[in-house]
Design a protein around this ligand. Sequence first.
Ligand code: LLP
Length: 463
Amino acid sequence: MSRSAHPAGPRHADVLPEGHYLAPPADLNALDAKVWAQTVTRDESGVLTVGGIDVKRLAEEFGTPAYILDETDFRARARAWRTAFGSDADVFYAGKAFLSRAVVRWLNEEGLNLDVCSGGELTTALSAGMPAERIAFHGNNKSAEEIERAVRAGVGRIVLDSFLEIVRVAHIAQSLGKRQRVQIRVTVGVEAHTHEFIATAHEDQKFGIPLADGQAAEAVRRALQLDGLELTGIHSHIGSQIFDMSGFEVAAHRVVGLLKDIRDEHGVELPEIDLGGGLGIAYTSDDDPREPHEIAKALSEIVTRECEAAKLRTPRISVEPGRAVVGPTAFTLYEVGTVKPLDGLRTYVSVDGGMSDNIRTALYDAEYSVVLASRTSDAGPMLSRVVGKHCESGDIVVRDAFLPADLAPGDLIAVPATGAYCRSMASNYNHVLRPPVVAVKDGEARVIVRRETEEDLLRLDVG
Ligand code: LLP
């Protein structure tokens, strides 16, 4: 995933950038299991189905655009993470990827904990019955009100992000007569994205307290002195959509180094280490993510080895996958509205949503795949760009894709791997209504987040 934003809108001349991975697939109707939720397939008439329900029926019943979430797949992925890390480690699902009350209940039932990063996420989690002690509260600027709410609720962990926050949380906890369990988030000087990581200069960012110049050690010193806090561990999060484990290796090495310094200075061995989230998923056939059990094995080996070398007891590990749990479980179902061939360039396929339901393409140059979903086709490949209905030329859902040349208005197309950071980052740009999230399981479909209505828009607009 490229990170170079393109604020001026779409690129023009590059029909397909040189060396681009995309070539017309051998079979335009094929579904690459890597990018689709577990129960997605085509029925005998060629219509895409999920959980045993075909997308034509889903479109008829729930309208388009819609995020269609495969509950069986979500539960299977959550369980795979839980099982992979076993009883010696904790998995905190990162709610920022996508949070709803149904999702909270599934997580609860599958034995995952939850990372929230705002009062809104905390409310959603508590209102759906997630036990407070299984919630971790994150954020670089939690308000005093949010902190108080979290401490009163009894959240299991608050992740402290600055020197100011150390004092703020201690003060609030103490005034409530409580001792709050906390971790300190450190920046280890590693930033990882996709297939590479960079091990310099990434302390220049808003999150965490740098390990450099003894700053994190000073934060630990202060936290250990305050009665309102029980410091249980160190937290590190190095980036997003990561495939290469070497960034985690460097991060673990540096965090364990801090744990050793803490032991040497204070005679305390902190019992927890959190390595954050950021594990990558397949958006296109080009991506090769690792399985949770491989990641769990790699992380636990890294931490154990580092701790043995430092003669420390191995702390309890936790991780915070968001995208890797929910990302692959959903696809966005759109109806094609217009098909506009531009000679010698490509065909622009306009759908009934766009950057309001998936900002990731415009914001991060993210790549997605797409298929014709309401039927199969024998037509040849047509180089396409799937665009939305917004008044902005950068309103692109899938920058480069091959769709069948007989694509027509009224066809349904599906964009896979939109479970993470699509609904949660959706907007009302142009007063376009945010799509529903429809959960499908064993032949049944139900709305878990309803479609926004024009009444919703007018309710906020007080006139
Ligand atoms: N833990 C912490 C402290 C985080 O900051 C994040 C993500 C996660 C866990 C979960 O990361 P994941 O496993 O989902 O990659 N909007 C961007 C991603 C922003 C991620 C922010 N923090 C995107 O659409 O790619």
